[in-house]
Design a protein around this ligand. Structure first.
Ligand SMILES: Cc1ncc(COP(=O)(O)O)c(C=O)c1O
Length: 424
């Protein structure tokens, strides 16, 4: 430090060094600002608004009935259990393997044959985003000519992730704006018409942003058609439990595909379902035909991850494994998931009731038909804009309402504002 300071004091300011500085300044002249992310932009605008009436319905994270973020009791208990653990070293392979095993059991069930026969592999990833990105890189590496089919609409970041991994994106029908439900016939046509061996991204439950999921019967038909066309199903599951309040029920779509013999890829996030957004705990798992193939896939994933971010953070992973590995904590977590879901369902009912009471002549059934954290309201970008300007209510411009931001004390204000912007 001293030597460095002395060097700075004695260093002559030569013309060539100032020329280098000016030259250096030019390095980034070519860089303009990136377009704002549609979801992050909502939070920024909300923070800049000083009105006491403001409501943030943009952020997809659970809030309690006072609008406050929640730390789950199971997480607090797990924190107490792991306190003092030496986790400053990077994650050991054994700990990572444990997280993958726990995550796979959560999706496929602990008695599943793939768990017993070890026909799966995977890696701890940087939450759901990181798991998707890891898979996108893996896909490009081994199928450089392939595309990814994304539903319309989908979580906007899916487009960014596959584009950044240089995998071309194609889309398939999913949502029908008229029925505000699933466009099943068009979806099936798109699956049938896609070239054989295509990669498809599917949301197994609580579809973001629409809150519209296929029924069990429809999933069976989709899975069957995937078999006929030899498509690869990649499930992105960020909301297991938050659709129905039941972890097994919300994994049904993936289990149907497994029963049908697909080799599934799955990205899991613990951000929303355990309230661990800041810890970035996720898992990418891939099913294989046997253990040998599983080992090969894992080694390739490890190599990709090593070049992108080295190894993932340890603390959150220990929290998740502690909860999933302790029957009492797991039961507590399941109860807490149910509490979150029940509150969201109550808010859906309250919002719809309030709109109907105001005499809105529009049909608001979809508010209670849709499931999970989001309600795809059907409001136009202009109406969303009006909600911001006149009522200080913030949501993404596609009209997606994060139901977690709706509370007993703001639901009538919200209903009134929606009624005002949609009545003509
Ligand atoms: C469908 C879907 N997948 C993945 C994610 C990724 O979340 P995270 O990276 O915070 O785990 C989200 C978050 O909004 C999501 O909605």
């Amino acid at each position: 430090m001293l030597i460095w300071r002395r060097y700075l004091m004695t260093r002559p300011m030569s013309t060539s060094s100032s020329a280098t500085t000016i030259e250096g300044l030019r390095w980034w002249e070519r860089v303009g600002p990136a377009p704002k992310d549609p979801i992050l932009a909502v939070s920024e605008a909300f923070l800049a608004d000083s009105s006491p009436l403001k409501i943030n319905l943009g952020v997809g994270a659970y809030r309690d009935d006072e609008g406050k973020p929640v730390i789950l009791q199971c997480v607090r208990a797990a924190e107490a259990k792991i306190s003092g653990t030496q986790f400053l070293e990077s994650l050991s392979s054994a700990a990572s393997t444990k997280l993958v095993e726990d995550s796979v059991q959560l999706v496929y069930g602990k008695d599943s044959d793939i768990v017993k026969e070890r026909r799966f592999t995977g890696l701890q990833a940087l939450s759901g985003t990181g798991a998707c990105r890891l898979f996108a890189e893996f896909q490009r590496h081994f199928y450089p000519e392939s595309h990814i089919y994304l539903p319309v609409p989908t979580w906007s970041n899916h487009h960014n992730i596959w584009r950044a991994a240089q995998v071309p994106v194609r889309t398939f029908h999913y949502y029908h704006p008229d029925s505000k439900g699933l466009h099943f016939a068009a979806l099936m046509d798109d699956i049938k018409n896609a070239p054989e061996h295509s990669f498809f991204l599917l949301h197994p439950c609580a579809h973001n942003p629409t809150g519209v999921d296929p029924t069990e019967e429809q999933w069976r038909e989709i899975s069957h058609q995937f078999k006929v066309k030899n498509h690869f199903p990649f499930f992105d599951t960020a909301y297991q439990g938050l659709a129905s309040g039941d972890l097994d029920r919300d994994a049904k779509a993936i289990r149907i595909f497994h029963e049908d013999g697909h080799l599934i890829g799955c990205a899991q996030s613990f951000a929303k379902i355990m309230g661990l957004h800041g810890h970035r705990v996720g898992c990418l798992s891939i099913l294989s035909v046997d253990e040998k193939q599983a080992i090969a896939i894992r080694s390739q994933l490890q190599q990709i991850a090593r070049a992108m971010y080295g190894s993932p953070p340890v603390h959150g992973s220990l929290l998740v494994s502690t909860i999933l590995g302790d029957p009492e904590l797991k039961a507590l977590w399941e109860e807490e998931v149910k509490v979150m879901v029940d509150r969201i369902i109550r808010m859906r009912a309250a919002l719809r009731r309030s709109l109907e009471k105001l005499g809105s002549c529009l049909n608001w059934e979809h508010i209670t038909n849709q499931v999970g954290m989001f309600c795809f309201s059907g409001l136009s970008p202009e109406q969303v804009d009006q909600l911001v300007r006149e009522f200080h209510i913030y949501m993404t411009c596609d009209g997606r309402i994060s139901m977690a931001g709706v509370t007993t004390s703001n639901v009538d204000y919200l209903a009134n504002a929606i009624h005002e912007v949609s009545r003509y």
